[in-house]
Ligand binder design. Structure first.
Ligand SMILES: [Zn+2]
Length: 270
């Protein structure tokens, strides 16, 4: 599933191809995504100029002179920029056709992604109530400590809650907790401010490293074929059950927290 680093890598890849381009039309081959794609999307966006591409949580916001296109990649979505004449594959559901005869093409085999239009994206129901970005100045140990007060839920679930902070999905929650030395099941309220400071720094560092690892795949976003431009950053614990901890050699364990597979080192994390 694309997590924040993959979405940010996508943004970095597509923005130079979209910036200042005019939208000729929008082709919707299959509107049955997680939510149906609005039938009037093409009418709204035809002729609009693209002014920038932003990211909020795991949403890509393509700003235009005619409103903002909000794209979520769901479980299996990917975007690339290809010549508009490139024959679409079975899972290429939406094209945003540009004036330069290229198009932004959404491929989504499992169709859990979504495409929306909004004149005020910050107020869109999907975005309005989200917590801060991990790279925002407000996201630090003090913020986490204050927000965790009275919460008995496992810290991993607390960290993955988009009201706490956006964009920390299952993989990077496990990785950040390992780096900070915090057991994923520890109650959120029972972690000191000092340890939360370490956790906040770990989240930011882990995400930044994953984004820079993704930088090497940028060319995939302008290729006409090939696999999605996602990468698997080098992971210390995720999906490594039974393998030695990179720090202490203890075997990594797997357990289920909040119905999600969770990996941790029983020696380093407490
Ligand atoms: Zn360890």
């Amino acid at each position: 599933m694309p997590e924040l680093p993959e979405v940010e890598t996508t943004r970095l890849g597509i923005e130079p191809c979209l910036q200042s381009q005019r939208i000729r039309t929008v082709v919707v081959r299959d509107a049955r995504l997680r939510w149906p794609v609005a039938a009037d999307l093409g009418a709204r966006l035809a002729g609009a100029w693209i002014t920038g591409v932003r990211r909020r949580a795991k949403y890509l916001l393509i700003d235009t002179s005619g409103g903002t296109l909000i794209v979520h990649l769901g479980m299996s979505g990917s975007l690339r920029v290809v010549p508009a004449a490139t024959p679409p594959g079975a899972h290429d559901h939406v094209d945003v056709v540009l004036g330069n005869d290229r198009c932004l093409r959404l491929r989504d085999p499992r169709r859990f992604g979504s495409v929306h239009w909004s004149a005020q994206p910050e107020r869109h129901a999907l975005l309005a109530r989200l917590g801060p970005e991990p790279f925002d100045a407000v996201f630090d140990g003090r913020y986490l400590r204050a927000r965790a007060r009275g919460r008995r839920q496992p810290v991993k679930s607390f960290l993955m809650d988009a009201h706490t902070v956006v964009g920390v999905g299952n993989i990077y929650a496990s990785e950040s907790l390992h780096r900070a030395g915090i057991h994923p099941c520890r109650a959120a309220a029972r972690i000191s401010g000092e340890r939360y400071e370490r956790l906040a720094r770990s989240v930011v560092a882990v995400l930044r490293e994953a984004i820079s690892a993704g930088g090497t795949t940028l060319r995939d976003f302008v290729a006409s074929d090939g696999s999605p431009g996602y990468f698997r950053a080098r992971l210390a614990v995720y999906d490594r059950a039974g393998e030695p901890c990179v720090r202490c050699g203890t075997r990594i364990r797997r357990l289920v927290v909040g119905q999600r597979a969770t990996y941790y080192c029983p020696t380093c994390q407490h």
